[in-house]
Design a protein around this ligand. Structure first.
Ligand code: RRO
Length: 322
């Protein structure tokens, strides 16, 4: 495993992981849409490449047609989180391939492109075009955006999930990671439908549906009426869903939701995740991913664990005897 990523010196924790066949130097990715690598590269150039905080980069979700996003206001801060109602602004497939992909391809880590369609045909168009590009290591199917009409339909119905996988799986051999929504009464049937349909990995959670009220007018604060909650407030929810999905499928999981420090990353790994993603905390400090990676290494070392796999197996054993 990981022949292409060099091993650390002996005695040092080995953070290398494989995610659906993609070799990664460590398990900390970014959550889609929470780190603008194109703007960072434009502003800081090589410094971004030299100190890149994540082991793989997940792009902001793209759609077939360009989108301007939702009406403002688009953000509301809660005491322990952030509600966003961004609404999927992006340059569209052609704009992405022409303008962003060549820039993202200069990052020093594998590139995962997040795509969302408003129909199975749109998903198919995106998967075919994006997977055909050699710069792309894997795709994330975003079936869980809370901020567009019908954005969650595929991700909240197992039948829809299965039908989507049947449509897109034959189009590429590249890894397909399905991003799950927490906004369901039962997440396991959706996860299993993705697995049965040939998904290579699952990522979770996308944001929790949420709303905020304008304190003066009493009207909904967010331009679109509601949004999605992320940050520390959702971490316990994300941990519970990660364990549920880990018990229901054999697929590798990318766990996320309110990760701010290495200890939180370790908690997701203990619940069954192979990798983790940092999202909201990167808005405060874009280098959070690197700090989480360093802190995770120390957490593993303190427990005499050799790496992520060791941590998962140890937690699984502890769970089965408790
Ligand atoms: O752009 C957004 O509003 C958005 C997306 Br695509 C998503 O997947 N999750 C989210 O909270 N916001």
């Amino acid at each position: 495993m990981n022949a292409g990523v060099s091993a650390p010196p002996s005695g040092v924790v080995d953070l290398r992981v494989e995610l659906a066949g993609v070799e990664l130097e460590h398990p900390v990715l970014n959550g889609s849409g929470t780190f603008d690598a194109v703007a960072a590269l434009r502003t800081f150039g090589d410094e971004v490449r030299e100190r890149f905080p994540f082991s793989a980069f997940v792009s902001k979700t793209i759609t077939v047609a360009p989108r301007g996003g939702n009406r403002p206001p688009r953000l509301w801060e809660t005491p322990s989180g952030l509600i966003n109602s961004i609404g999927l602004p992006n340059k569209g497939l052609t704009g992405f391939l022409e303008h962003d992909l060549p820039v993202l391809a200069t990052l020093p880590v594998p590139l995962i492109v997040s795509v969302a369609g408003f129909s199975h045909d749109e998903f198919a168009t995106l998967v075919q075009a994006v997977a055909g590009r050699s710069e792309v290591a894997a795709l994330e199917l975003n079936v869980s955006c809370p901020n567009v009409e019908s954005g969650c339909i595929v991700g909240s119905e197992a039948g829809e999930m299965g039908a989507l996988m049947r449509r897109v799986r034959p189009l590429t051999a590249k890894p397909l990671i399905v991003k799950l929504t927490p906004n369901v009464s039962e997440i396991r049937p959706v996860a299993r439908a993705a697995e049965d349909g040939g998904a290579d990995a699952l990522s979770l959670i996308n944001t929790l549906r949420a709303a905020a009220v304008d304190p003066v007018s009493g009207a909904p604060w967010l331009g679109a009426g509601s949004g999605g909650l992320s940050g520390p407030a959702v971490r316990p929810v994300a941990l519970a869903l990660t364990a549920e999905v880990a018990a229901a499928t054999e697929l590798p999981l990318v766990g996320m939701g309110g990760i701010q420090e290495g200890r939180h990353a370790l908690d997701f790994i203990a619940q069954g995740a192979s990798c983790v993603a940092v999202g909201t905390e990167s808005f405060r400090d874009p280098m959070t991913g690197k700090r989480v990676r360093d802190e995770l290494a120390r957490e593993l070392q303190c427990r005499s664990l050799r790496g992520v796999q060791d941590a998962r197996l140890t937690s699984r054993a502890a769970r089965s005897t408790s």
